[in-house]
Design a protein around this ligand. Structure first.
Ligand SMILES: [Fe+2]
Length: 276
């Protein structure tokens, strides 16, 4: 069952417009990061997701390098299986997929080696990463280089991995200068904008920056990045509405469903720039 949004066209009667979405960035797993504390909250997030039209969702907890234990793929998979069982028991038809949001605290290849095998999005070659909010790390320029990697399996995989930068519109240097986001793309990164940014959750300048990037055709897909059921409902209600105004119906469909689906299938993504 997909969520229904009513669209008014002039003074004609409202007609139903079906929303279907694949959310590739969502903190739905409990007790792993700053998302839900207990599994009941995860179930509530799944209920909201399905009611609003999300049919598949990649659980993407923060993976940070800390002095204590760092989350690994096995722990994410265990939590995923537990939640899948719970959703099946409750009759909630949401396809839950593997994922993670890797914090780029050192150079990217080093982090990947430490966390290999990676929790890529849905087991694809696409890997979601975030960088510090306040500055762009200098190592980003050579982050796609493969020097220093010891693990031969990772060495083989690295040239095929596609890193995606989460919510570029929230980074301070991008807010100061939009060309920084363009540079990310030139360096080979894909870009994922948050629906919450479009909903105004992080303020006007973040929203405007997200809109400019979408209009420029630099954004590969959008996601909720929700950490709770209430936030999920809010960003879907307000973010999608704004996205439709900025990207149009077809652009919205590409950003919320077609490209996320292509990520999961390991296919190249469509660019809104080509469609313009
Ligand atoms: Fe996130």
């Amino acid at each position: 069952m997909h969520g229904i949004i009513l669209i008014r066209q002039g003074h004609r009667r409202a007609r139903p417009c079906f929303l279907t979405m694949i959310d590739l960035h969502c903190h739905i797993l409990s007790a792993l990061d700053d998302g839900p504390k207990v599994i009941e909250e995860s179930v509530e997030m799944a209920r909201v997701a399905v009611a609003k039209g999300i049919h598949a969702l990649a659980a993407s907890p923060h993976v940070l390098e800390t002095q204590s234990a760092t989350l690994n793929r096995e722990q994410i998979e265990q939590a995923l299986i537990q939640l899948r069982e719970r959703l099946a028991a409750e009759g909630i038809a949401l396809e839950l997929l593997l994922g993670a949001e890797y914090y780029l605290s050192q150079d990217f290849p080093h982090l990947m080696e430490k966390h290999f095998p990676l929790a890529s999005l849905g087991g694809s070659r696409y890997v979601l990463i975030e960088i510090p909010i306040t500055y762009v790390p200098p190592y980003l320029e050579y982050s796609t280089l493969h020097s220093g990697i010891q693990n031969p399996e990772l060495q083989k995989e690295l040239p095929f991995l596609r890193p995606i930068i989460a919510h570029p519109e929230r980074y301070l240097e991008v807010l100061r200068n939009l060309k920084v986001a363009e540079r990310f793309r030139a360096l080979g990164y894909l870009l994922q904008v948050n629906l919450g940014s479009l909903a105004g959750r992080y303020g006007r300048s973040v929203r405007k920056t997200a809109e400019k990037m979408i209009k420029a055709g630099w954004v590969d897909f959008v996601a909720t990045d929700a950490h709770s059921a209430s936030a999920l409902a809010e960003v879907l209600d307000h973010g999608i509405k704004r996205l439709r105004k900025v990207a149009g119906e077809e652009g919205t469909r590409i950003l919320i469903e077609e490209n996320p689906s292509r990520v999961l299938q390991g296919l190249p993504l469509r660019s809104l720039q080509e469609d313009a």
